[in-house]
Design a protein around this ligand. Structure first.
Ligand SMILES: *Cc1c(COP(=O)(O)O)cnc(C)c1O
Length: 250
């Protein structure tokens, strides 16, 4: 007898396959190698059971955006998922705005923080990651992406290009942190293609100065294809896989 998956798993499976197909097609259209852009599935506002369903479908990279929701969910998922193969251990990234007082908690569970845009947050994360390393709560430095603001809108977070270097130097000087690249959320106004061209230009200039900063986290459900064309190494996809988030979400 074959057991059919529960309806939610079937729905997630279908949407996940559609997004993987879109990502493969976008890479091919951009002349990029298959698999050269990671898919981070954004599970904010959705329960630990959905993360478990996604694990059963082969997803290993997740994005979360809020504490304490994220820390609790990660602990719950890891409490009953103990794979033998290290490649099956899921990783969780922090993609939302970081409050300094939450840094200690984030440093326990996050592989990488995509949204660092202030010295105060970088310092808090550095201290928190140092403690987590010393306490054996993590084995690797905390990865950091600097969030770039393309239009200078303070509401959306991020640093304008001229501010990147000072913060990047600070992060490089902290051995509990590791600068991995840049993150961008395209503004809602203007031409998406223009924003992505800007992103590609800024990342390329940044990499000349910081050669290890190879990651570019760009693209969400609605703009994956242009982000991949602009060189994204990680798309963050929520709605297209999980469905609509409850109201009040961002
Ligand atoms: C929620 C969120 C996403 C996912 O957006 P979708 O449009 O639902 O795919 C991506 N990036 C960040 C920073 C987010 O907060």
């Amino acid at each position: 007898m074959t057991v059919s998956p529960d309806p939610r798993t079937a729905e997630l499976s279908e949407r996940l396959n559609a997004v993987r197909t879109r990502l493969d097609a976008a890479l091919e259209a951009a002349g990029r190698p298959a698999g050269s852009c990671a898919l981070l599935v954004v599970t904010k506002f959705f329960p630990a059971d959905d993360v478990r369903r996604l694990l059963s479908l082969g997803v290993r990279e997740f994005g979360e955006s809020r504490e304490p929701e994220a820390g609790r969910k990660v602990a719950e998922v890891l409490s009953d998922w103990a794979p033998d193969d290290p490649a099956d251990i899921p990783v969780f990234d922090m993609i939302g705005t970081v409050q300094s007082k939450k840094a200690r908690s984030i440093a326990r569970w996050a592989r990488m923080v995509h949204s660092v845009d202030r010295p105060k947050v970088a310092e808090a994360l550095g201290r928190a990651a140092r403690t987590a390393l010393d306490e054996g709560e993590r084995t690797e430095p905390l990865g950091v992406l600097l969030q770039v603001s393309l239009d200078g809108d303070p509401q959306r977070g991020g640093l304008v290009e001229a501010g990147l270097e000072a913060l990047a130097d600070r992060i490089c000087a902290d051995d509990a942190l590791r600068l991995r690249g840049l993150m961008v959320i395209a503004p809602l106004h203007g031409e998406p293609g223009h924003w992505m061209d800007e992103t590609a230009r800024i990342h390329s200039a940044f990499r000349e100065r910081y050669p290890d900063a190879v990651e570019l986290s760009a693209g969400m459900s609605g703009d994956m294809e242009i982000a991949v064309a602009a060189g994204s190494t990680c798309v963050r996809v929520g709605t297209a896989i999980m469905g609509e988030r409850p109201l009040l979400s961002q």
